[in-house]
Unconditional design. Structure first.
Length: 238
């Protein structure tokens, strides 16, 4: 895989996968984070050479040859008693996947689960959109999202699905313990079978004229809502 952009390459050098070579302009090669790396750095004379190598002009003067993305086994994501896992149901836009992964990593999620079919995989575009967050965030691919959710419930997790028509506000549930947050595709949201596998559906307030949020924006609001709830538990009647 050819990674490109300062943050994706820098985080790949700090992350879990092997980086074979960095290719950079002389200016970027002199930056401290790259000078300190033990990975070989090859110099190119122009930005156009990098653009031809990575297929994008958005490389910021640096690319890297790295092994394919190292997915993890989904079974281990819920090991911790307070594990927070984000499950994505047929998210097909790689930039949305990257943006969701960036938020998930920032809130300290245990990982992200994506489907093997009809879902974006972790590509160089995803790495760029995540600003390198995927290099530190465990991501698992599963054959069947519904089966994964049922397994998660069997492991003691409570599964919350984000759904625009839900009657429960996002800030009402008790998010302590193991939690899986499920987000649907850009067009149709959660599929009916996925909805049926959720313990509870939650919704964000929409008080403007637009009827929905981008999935990455919804992920940010929901995940930080969960983080806030965990750090300042709601007062609940005994």
């Amino acid at each position: 895989m050819i990674l490109y952009g300062r943050n994706p390459v820098r985080e790949a050098l700090r992350g879990r996968r092997s980086v074979e070579q960095v290719i950079a302009t002389a200016r970027v090669a002199r930056e401290p984070w790259l000078e300190a790396s033990t990975v070989p750095v090859a110099l190119v004379a122009t930005d156009d050479e990098l653009g031809e190598l990575c297929g994008s002009g958005d490389h910021q003067g640096v690319c890297a040859r790295a092994e394919d993305y190292p997915y993890v086994d989904s079974a281990g994501l819920l090991d911790a008693d307070d594990a927070l896992v984000v499950c994505l149901d047929e998210i097909q836009d790689p930039r949305n996947l990257g943006a969701v992964c960036r938020v998930a990593e920032c809130v300290g999620a245990a990982g992200v689960v994506i489907g093997e079919r009809r879902s974006a995989a972790v590509t160089a575009v995803v790495c760029r959109a995540s600003a390198g967050a995927v290099e530190h965030l465990p991501i698992a691919r599963v054959r069947n999202v519904t089966e994964y959710l049922n397994h998660a419930k069997g492991a003691g997790a409570w599964v919350y699905g984000a759904h625009a028509e839900a009657t429960v506000a996002y800030d009402q549930p008790d998010y302590t313990g193991k939690v899986v947050l499920v987000l649907g595709s850009e067009g149709r949201g959660l599929r009916p079978r996925v909805v049926s596998a959720c313990d509870q559906l939650v919704a964000l307030p929409l008080r403007g004229q637009v009827g929905s949020l981008n999935v990455s924006a919804a992920a940010a609001a929901l995940l930080y809502g969960i983080l806030h709830s965990r750090e300042r538990p709601l007062d609940r009647a005994p």
